[in-house]
Design a binder for this molecule. Structure first.
Ligand code: ZN
Length: 227
């Protein structure tokens, strides 16, 4: 485990991968790269990329491979260590990532496993502030708008968190990410972690898996030179 660690965090939308990726980045001293955040930022700025991306996000559809690969390669080019959150989502993206990386490749891909009915419940209550981006949990599943305690912005449902869009994304996940998980596993890169429980409980599981899996690879790499 070091500032050069390269991790992928995979899981259904609502599995908590954003929160866990941030915690991992902080604990390991690596950079959290979230394609979702990046895209939303470009959409808010109404850049050329943002306009392209918003046509997909508004429908709850996935952004096409070539577009997302360009963006990720751009973002990670100068970084030693990172945790990728929201990428890759498909086999093609996974292969493109491994092809584009140098020999150090990816250290570990972690799938956060949370059952479908659980993530639907979590997503339908997720609210976001249009001012500061803070994520909160609503008490009721309605479309009311609250004011943000931190910045006074409007706190409401994200446009892509409607039931229809959530279901579309979950179906896409099983169809597109399923083969990617099998492929990562065949390379010996996949660890599946139970994503149920509090954020801290899940985080402790992640740290344990990373310590167990990456100590082995670090020893292998260090063996010839260590005295
Ligand atoms: Zn706010």
């Amino acid at each position: 485990m070091s500032e050069q660690t390269r991790l992928l965090v995979l899981g259904r939308q609502g599995s908590g991968k954003g929160t866990q990726s941030m915690k991992l980045a902080e604990a390991l001293g690596i950079t959290h790269v979230s394609t979702g955040d990046l895209f939303r930022r470009e959409v808010a700025r109404n850049s050329a990329l943002g306009r392209k991306v918003s046509t997909y996000l508004d429908k709850g559809a996935l952004v096409p491979d070539d577009l997302v690969i360009d963006v990720v390669m751009n973002q990670t080019a100068d970084l030693a260590g990172w945790v990728l959150d929201g990428f890759p989502r498909t086999m093609a993206q996974g292969q493109a990532l491994v092809d584009a990386l140098d020999d150090s490749g990816v250290d570990l891909a972690i799938e956060l496993d949370v059952p479908v009915h659980q993530v639907v419940g979590r997503l339908s209550l997720r609210r976001v502030c249009d001012g500061c981006g803070a994520i909160s949990v609503a008490v009721a599943d309605d479309d009311s708008i609250q004011l943000c305690n931190a910045c006074g912005g409007h706190v409401g449902r994200r446009p892509d968190d409607t039931v229809e869009a959530i279901e579309l994304r979950l179906t896409s996940y099983d169809r597109l990410t399923g083969p990617l998980l099998i492929w990562l596993d065949s390379l010996g890169l996949l660890a599946t972690v139970d994503g149920m429980g509090t954020a801290d409980e899940v985080f402790q599981r992640l740290l344990a898996v990373i310590a167990e899996r990456l100590v082995l690879s670090v020893e292998t790499v260090d063996a010839p030179t260590s005295g």
